[in-house]
Design a protein around this ligand. Sequence first.
Ligand SMILES: Nc1ncnc2c1ncn2[C@@H]1O[C@H](COP(=O)(O)OP(=O)(O)OP(=O)(O)O)[C@@H](O)[C@H]1O
Ligand SMILES: [Mg+2]
Length: 242
Amino acid sequence: MFLDSIKGFDRIFHREPPEGSVTMVVGKPGTMKSSLVHAILSSYLWKNKGKKAVYITIEETEESHISNMKSLGIALPKNQYFIKDIASFKYEIAPTEDFLQDDKYFNFIISEISKPFGLYSKEAINDFPRLMALDSLNAFQTLFPLDSRLLRFRMQDFFQRLRHKKINSFIIVEGDPDVMIPEYFMMDGIIEVGIDRSHPQLPKRYVMVRKMRGVPHEMAPFMLNITKNGLEIGEPLIGWKR
Ligand SMILES: Nc1ncnc2c1ncn2[C@@H]1O[C@H](COP(=O)(O)OP(=O)(O)OP(=O)(O)O)[C@@H](O)[C@H]1O
Ligand SMILES: [Mg+2]
């Protein structure tokens, strides 16, 4: 689905990554993690009319997400692209202290998130979305007062279910891509986004694939360009320094 999304992915991937890949998109604040994932999903949907995607936003409300994407000229494919806004949902349910004490809250949120995909139900759901974005893993994990080992174990299970259902998933992580986190091991792919400041007068946004299982790919950073048609992957960055 990468090659069938925003322009320029064929510069990076020599073949299409396997269906059902769980891909982390990691970068520091403001590096266009949300925009890149949104652009990938919506361009793919515009080109594939029967397909559906769910974008789960935890940090931002639906309204704020839509307005950011509009400012970048990325149109939403209606009836194909669904936003699950946990930021507002959290506020509406106003969980009580008791509800937050154990993992009831975790189960509740995860079942809300996975409902459209039928991840935890035995019933077969036809025509479920094959694309999912979670924005962000950091915000998601801070929702729960769970022991970090238990939380990781649950996340591993969640990713495994997505993979099993062949849902192409994008897990957004805010942070320094060089600082190892245990979730790195759970991913099929890791895409770094960043800003190259080796020429301070001319900072450049880039995207770089650090890992993608099952497919040959370039290792260099490539420019991430904002055009009037949305985002595109451009030339490799020359003389790049982190
Ligand atoms: N139309 C535009 N033209 C150029 N740059 C823009 C435009 N719209 C947004 N940006 C830039 O994109 C950045 C936000 O992109 P986005 O929200 O995708 O980043 P992010 O990595 O998800 O950020 P956060 O860390 O806040 O989640 C803005 O801070 C701004 O610098
Ligand atoms: Mg964001």
